[in-house]
Design a protein. Sequence first.
Length: 336
Amino acid sequence: MKLLCCLTILLAGTGGAHAQAGDPDKRGAYLSFQYGNGRIYGGNSSGDTSMAWRSGELRVGRDLDQALAGADATARIDFLYYNEGHPFNNHRDGFALQATYTRQLSGRFAAELSAGPYSNYNTTTIDGVQINDAAAGVLFTGALRYALDRWAPGAHVRLAFNHVWMRDKHRSNAVMLGIGRHFAEVPPFPNTDVLRGRRWFAVSYGVSQTTQAGRQVGRSGTLEAKQYGGKWALSAKAVFEGDDQVLVDRRGVAAQAWFVQPITDDWQVSAGVGPYLAQNRRTDHSTGVHGLVTMQFERNMGERTKAFFAFSRVKSFQEANDRDIFHFGATHAFGS
C-alpha cells in the first residue's frame, strides 16, 4: 500500500499557479522509496543473517536554506521509515531523522551523503521469550542518483548503501535500489495560525498487525479532530486497534503534533508523533501510555475534503505488543 501511494505522488505533476498567499519560504521537498537486501552482524545475530530481500525504505524530506549547501548542491532534513528485512530471529525496523547533503556530479548523476539518529524496534526471541527490543543507533547512507527528467522534473533512480551502527546490538549493511523525486516548486505554506485554523474531522479504517509472530491481523479504525496552520498541525484522535485474538485488543485516545510538507498542489505528506493512552481488553483491561508515530499522505479532493493513507506504529514501551497500523480515510473541514 505504501508503494502504490508513493508511486502516485511521484507520477503527479507539480501543479499550476498557487492562488493562495502563504509563507514566502519556498524551499523544495523530497520523496523516495527503495527496496533491497543486505546482512546483519554482531550482537545476537546467528543462523541466516541475510535480510531475505525484504529490506525497504520510505523517505520524505525538506530542503534547508540554499546558503548551507553552496552551488550545485542542496542540503535537507529527511524523515524516514526503514525496515531491515528478515534475518533469522531479528526483524528490526524503525524511524530515522537524517541530515542529507546532495551534490550534482557530471551529466545526469548526483551523489548524496546522509547521517542521523535511528530509533528502532527489533522483534527477537531471547532466552525463549519473544520481545520487541527497543534501541537507538545511527543510520548512515550514501547514494548515487541518475536523473529521469524526461519522465518527470526532479525524478531519478536512486542506488544507496545503508549502514546501521548500534552500540550493543547487531549492526547491518544493505544495498537499496528505488526511485525518488525532488520537488523544486512546492506550494507555499498556508498563512494561518495552527490554533486558529479550520477544524478538520476525519474517519479512517484499515488493519493492524502486532509485530510479534502468531498474531492475527485485526480490523481497526480512528476518529480524529485536527487543525492545520502553516507548517504545523495538532490532532486528537480515538484509536480502535482491533483484536489479534491473542494478547492485544487496544483502544484509546492519542494526541499528536505534526509537520506538514506540501509536495504538489494536490498532495501533502506529514509526520506526527505523540502520546497514546489506551486500554488493552486482552490483558485484564490494563491501561498504559504508549507512543504513536504516523506518516500520512494526503490528497486534496476539494477545498474542504481530503483523502489520505496513514501508516502508524504503536510503541508500547513494554517489550511486547507493538503494532503497525495501515489506514485509508477521508477528512472534511468545517468553519471559515
